[in-house]
Write a protein that binds this ligand. Structure first.
Ligand code: HEM
Length: 424
């Protein structure tokens, strides 16, 4: 199909028209100035048409903060029920539509969200937050005392997965298996992992949860899965499929995003000793720093919607069935909203970043994610005087997520902090 475009760059010339945002290779290209690309789009083509390529349909690209928020908020003209990331939006929809929270709209979304909010609200996560703190401090301490580690594996690979597995009541022995599957499901650690491998990983996660839900019906516990089994909407209990799909969403949402943010956070701090010193010397509040980490290192580059009712943006008619993608990677650097957006500033306030989306689908795990990042910053502040990378960090490969698969790091111990922790 067509499509008329607000962006006039001809394919083949240097400019927006030459960048394919559907291709994971675009984000792995070290020669591409993506920040410059996004700036050009925001200034000259805030609604840009990414043309069809490699058998993929074309799609709209929204790059300004204000337009991203407006689209997220608008569930009259846009739906999530035909997918909310490029792979499903362009691949014929999402099998979880109408059952998995992120791809359900309307009254059922509202009811399902109330159920998940009950298990992820600050009030009920007190004990979980304490466990996050204890684990994070123990693992950072061990890494510091041993001199260094691959941070992506030893720390970021453990904190979020341990937390979400425990909430779901999954056995410790399954964590490595689940970590391997969540790593493959939406992105790739290596170039030789392709979309077929990712789809297989997604299916394996679903199959894993089918078994767990069956077992849990026999012997319920105090975990989130048991709670979902006990939940109903309009008097109808959630089906096994409903529960499995939402467990899938929780394990992916709970692990992958926080894991990538943590690794990117430490990567960024290692490159910016002056910001690290502000944190170390207590010159910035940890909660404020967490928001800047989320703005800077937003792991989800985009989410998206399908048009259900004709509407208009920047003078262009958007027609039912068209795909509109919302790029956090751009909105979080929009100079219309953020002063000096290209600077990582741990003391930045206000900070209206888009890391957790906006509107009816705003991330339901945002509190937990913030607790995890805050505890990481506090443990680093307390136990090390600084750290540096001892080798190259390998990027993941994806058109959806950004971050690092590996990150070798060396720590300088803070004898004072380590000693105080001994006493405490
Ligand atoms: C840094 C960490 C995280 C980031 C950046 C993040 C980002 C997001 C974003 C942008 C959305 C909105 C998607 C949309 O509008 O289509 C979302 C939704 C969601 N997130 Fe997160 N997330 C994070 C952590 C978590 C955690 C820890 C969990 C679970 C424990 C989680 C579970 C979910 C779920 C279930 C939804 C769907 C909400 C709904 O549709 O109402 N996320 N997340």
């Amino acid at each position: 199909m067509h499509r008329p475009t607000a962006d006039t760059t001809e394919p083949g010339t240097a400019g927006p028209g030459t960048v394919d945002l559907g291709d994971p290779a675009t984000f792995a290209d070290p020669g591409l100035d993506l920040d410059g690309f996004w700036r050009t789009l925001r200034d000259t083509a805030p609604l840009h048409w990414n043309p069809p390529a490699d058998g993929r349909r074309g799609f709209w690209v929204v790059s300004r903060h204000e337009d991203i928020m407006a689209t997220y908020r608008d569930d009259t003209h846009f739906t999530s029920e035909r997918g909310n990331v490029l792979v499903t939006l362009l691949g014929g929809g999402d099998a979880g539509a109408g059952r998995m929270l992120a791809v359900t709209d309307g009254p059922r979304h509202h009811e399902l969200r109330k159920i998940l909010q009950r298990v992820l609200s600050p009030r009920v996560l007190d004990e979980t937050a304490r466990a996050v703190r204890a684990n994070t401090r123990q693992w950072i301490r061990e890494a510091v005392e041993s001199g260094g580690c691959d941070f992506a594996d030893r720390i970021a690979g453990r904190i979020p997965m341990t937390t979400i597995s425990k909430l779901l009541g999954l056995p410790e022995r399954d964590r490595d298996l689940l970590l391997g599957l969540t790593k493959a499901a939406l992105s790739a650690d290596h170039e030789d992992v392709d979309e077929v491998d990712s789809e297989m990983a997604r299916n394996e996660i679903l199959m894993y949860f089918m078994d767990v839900v069956e077992e849990r019906r026999e012997s319920p516990g105090e975990d989130v899965i048991s709670l979902l089994i006990d939940s109903s909407i309009d008097g109808v209990p959630l089906s096994d499929e409903d529960i499995v799909l939402n467990c899938y969403s929780l394990i992916i949402g709970g692990d992958e995003t926080s894991r990538l943010t943590m690794t990117d956070c430490v990567h960024t701090l290692a490159d910016r000793p002056e910001q690290w010193r502000r944190l170390k010397h207590g010159e910035v509040a940890v909660d404020t720093a967490v928001d800047e980490v989320l703005r800077w290192a937003s792991p989800t580059m985009h989410f998206g919607r399908s048009v259900v009712r004709e509407t208009e943006l920047h003078g262009v008619r958007l027609r039912p069935g068209e795909v509109v993608t919302l790029w956090h990677a751009s909105g979080n650097r929009d100079e219309r909203v953020f002063a000096r957006p290209g600077e990582f500033d741990l003391g930045r306030t206000p900070n209206k970043h888009l890391a957790f989306g906006y509107g009816p689908h705003f991330c339901v795990g945002s509190y937990l994610a913030k607790v995890e990042i805050a505890e990481l910053l506090k443990a680093l502040r307390d136990f090390t005087t600084g750290f540096e990378r001892t080798g190259p960090a390998r990027r993941i490969r994806s058109n959806f997520l950004t971050g690092f698969a590996t990150m070798p790091l060396r720590f300088e111990p803070d004898p004072c902090g380590l000693k105080e922790a001994d006493c405490g």
